[in-house]
Ligand binder design. Structure first.
Ligand code: SF4
Length: 339
């Protein structure tokens, strides 16, 4: 420092000021760069903000592709009901994923309906997403009933995370929720199946995640021990969501109103389970608009409080125009750790 002071005092004006400013700015830039290298999610957040505010470009960094609405189960609170049996032909689905990747998608989750009602279709999409598009994260959310070791052995190398639903470990509670075979009304042995899938995930190097919907039937249940035994890397706990146009009245395929819980009931469930590994609660306030959902026609769904709307298909109008037609709460997405 004394050397620097001497150097500065011997320089003719305005060079000392110029040098000081340059040094300070460079140091600040270097420190910021080092900080952002250590905190990639902050860097992503800043990039999202810059693109949206300055370039008027929205980056769909994480997308949930609900490629089918078909399901073999009939949960009372389902908010993505079987109103169509459509799936896009594989080449079109791949084209949609390519468009999303070009627009900045890094994480992709396949959901439904039940993705494992199909075998090759999700397998090929996962392979495409991982091998061709080189996405950072590819995951599938499933009710678990149709997952087989054969599938995981063949396609598991192309997925990072497998998320399985588990709303209860009590058969009667699952029956009341409607988690049973839609055709026969038979209950699944979900504990046995969860253990099996957990084992396959370990064997084939896939992260195992649990998803629980807290509703009026299970909010008083204690799940700590069983969840601990399943040694998941994350446990997402959702507050049951009533979505206009999907499950908000007796006119729909599902009427979820009787399964709704108050914020206090949801919080009481969370309070009893908080602290477990990967515990991630998502109340309605955080969920409703923070997910980017692409439906079976490759349209973004709008959360819509007065009836669920959707954009045009990204295959027809492109990603940016489709995104401009819906409301996506990017801040809530960042807040729930979506980056
Ligand atoms: S498992 Fe239940 S919540 Fe999931 S898609 Fe099927 S019916 Fe809906």
């Amino acid at each position: 420092m004394p050397l620097l002071k001497t150097l500065l005092s011997n320089l003719p004006s305005p060079y000392p000021l110029l040098l000081t400013t340059t040094l300070t700015t460079s140091t600040a830039l270097l420190l910021s760069f080092l900080y952002l290298c250590r905190h990639p999610s902050t860097l992503r957040h800043l990039t999202l903000l810059f693109c949206r505010k300055i370039l008027r470009h929205t980056i769909p960094i994480s997308v949930n592709y609900y490629f089918t609405r078909k399901c073999n189960v009939s949960c009372k609170f389902c908010f993505h009901t079987e109103t169509t049996s459509h799936t896009e032909p594989l080449p079109r689905a791949k084209e949609a994923l390519s468009l999303l990747t070009t627009a900045g998608m890094r994480k992709l989750n396949f959901a439904g309906g039940e993705p494992f009602l199909y075998q090759k279709y999700p397998g090929e999409l996962c392979q495409f997403a991982k091998q061709q598009l080189k996405l950072e994260s590819v995951s599938i959310a499933s009710n678990g009933t149709k997952v087989t070791e054969k599938w995981i052995k063949e396609w598991g190398r192309y997925i990072d995370i497998l998320a399985i639903s588990c709303d209860s470990f009590i058969p009667e509670t699952n029956a009341r929720i409607g988690r049973m075979d839609r055709g026969t009304g038979t209950l699944f042995d979900n504990v046995k199946k969860l253990r099996e899938i957990r084992g396959w995930c370990e064997k084939y190097g896939i992260k195992f995640k649990l998803n629980t919907v807290v509703c009026s039937v299970n909010w008083q249940e204690g799940m700590v021990e069983q969840v601990k035994e399943l040694d998941r890397f994350r446990w997402k706990v959702f507050q049951v969501l009533v979505v206009a146009g999907e499950n908000e009245s007796e006119k729909r395929l599902r009427d979820a109103r009787s399964t709704a819980v108050t914020d206090e009931q949801f919080e009481a469930f969370c309070e009893r389970h908080r602290g477990g590994k990967g515990f991630t609660p998502e109340p309605n306030s955080l969920m409703r608009e923070s997910y980017l959902i692409l439906d079976e026609y490759c349209r973004f769904l709008d959360p819509g409080y007065d009836g669920r709307g959707h954009s045009e298909s990204i295959l027809d109008v492109g990603v940016q125009k489709a995104l401009s037609q819906i409301h996506w709460d990017e801040e809530a997405f960042v807040q729930r750790g979506g980056l």
